[in-house]
Design a protein. Structure first.
Length: 334
């Protein structure tokens, strides 16, 4: 008997995916990765790393025992300044809400890196921006297990334990540090931090601040931010955002240019995106084939509008390889 799709859980999952995808999209090259390291580690800790050796690693792998795919949010390696031949992994997980299974999840990821990737050290980082401003759990594996105090003390040398570096974007101390990183990353992380209270004014302010960015970088950030805001706050419409932009920067030519260039985000596109999400709810009821075809057709439309592979992947959930195959197939028919 097919498992019935839970609409509430499906909605929560899509929102979670939107948070995750927007977070990952901010760290598209090794230069941007430095922002996470700067926020997660102290100045003293950073002195150990050769930041010129950062490599973004594959974040997906198949667990042969569980026969399921695991996907970390961000995995990078870097070398030590001391010159020692050691592989240091920084494993970053983003959380938009508390997760009681977080430490078990991190343990699985670390085990994979130590066993299959020959990691010498794995440093777990958690970036949090939930509705609750305070992080509701501890920062170590044993704190999450909540074992009796006396038991933990007596068996401390035998019990597995590790900690995480927590970057809580909801705290003012961390918000104020966002000005220390690249502007596009800082603006994106600030939107994550403010997303629960975000509205048209939030977006208009982001657009104004993004004017200092290079054109290509600015446009990419604006597109991704608009899509993210729409998915989390559907009551914030294109019309309402445009009206707020005009009030904040009336007659600004640069802003008018941006508005013209992001005309791909029309009401029709948003409606179609909503339709795709609705269709996803029927996947377990035999609509998987139609869903896959609809995603490919929609992806082709976005490709034809000149959007980058990363942006198309973010919107449609197709992998980069699937998008390249789609483009190659289109070119072969010309």
């Amino acid at each position: 008997m097919a498992k019935k799709f839970n609409r509430q859980n499906g909605s929560q999952q899509r929102s979670g995916n939107a948070h995750d995808k927007f977070f990952r999209s901010l760290f598209w090259n090794t230069t941007k990765i430095k922002a996470i390291l700067k926020l997660a580690f102290s100045a003293q800790q950073l002195t150990h790393f050769d930041l010129s050796t950062i490599v973004i690693e594959q974040r997906e792998w198949l667990d042969a025992d569980e026969m399921r795919e695991h996907r970390a949010d961000l995995v990078v390696t870097l070398r030590l300044k001391s010159g020692q031949d050691m592989s240091i992994y920084v494993l970053t997980e983003h959380k938009s809400q508390p997760d009681k299974e977080l430490m078990v999840q991190l343990l699985k990821y670390q085990t994979h890196l130590y066993v299959h990737q020959a990691a010498d050290a794995v440093l777990p980082v958690v970036v949090y921006h939930g509705r609750r401003q305070s992080w509701p759990s501890g920062r170590t594996f044993l704190q999450f297990r909540k074992l009796p105090g006396e038991f933990t003390e007596d068996f401390n040398d035998m019990l597995l334990n590790f900690g995480v570096s927590l970057v809580n974007l909801r705290l003012q101390t961390n918000r104020s540090r966002l000005s220390e990183v690249d502007l596009d990353v800082g603006l994106g992380l600030k939107l994550l931090a403010d997303i629960w209270e975000a509205d048209e004014k939030t977006f208009a302010k982001l657009m104004e601040q993004s004017l200092a960015l290079p054109e290509k970088v600015r446009m990419s950030l604006i597109r991704r931010s608009a899509l993210y805001l729409q998915k989390i706050k559907p009551e914030v419409t294109i019309d309402s955002m445009n009206k707020e932009i005009q009030k904040r920067l009336p007659g600004d030519k640069a802003m008018q240019t941006i508005a013209e260039e992001w005309s791909w985000l029309t009401k029709d596109d948003i409606m179609e995106s909503r339709w795709l999400e609705g269709l996803a709810e029927g996947k377990s009821e035999g609509l998987a084939e139609g869903y896959a075809k609809a995603k490919q057709e929609y992806a082709q439309r976005l490709v034809n509008k000149g959007m980058s592979d990363d942006e198309v992947s973010e919107i449609t959930d197709l992998t980069l390889d699937e998008i390249r195959q789609l483009k190659n197939g289109s070119n072969s028919h010309r």
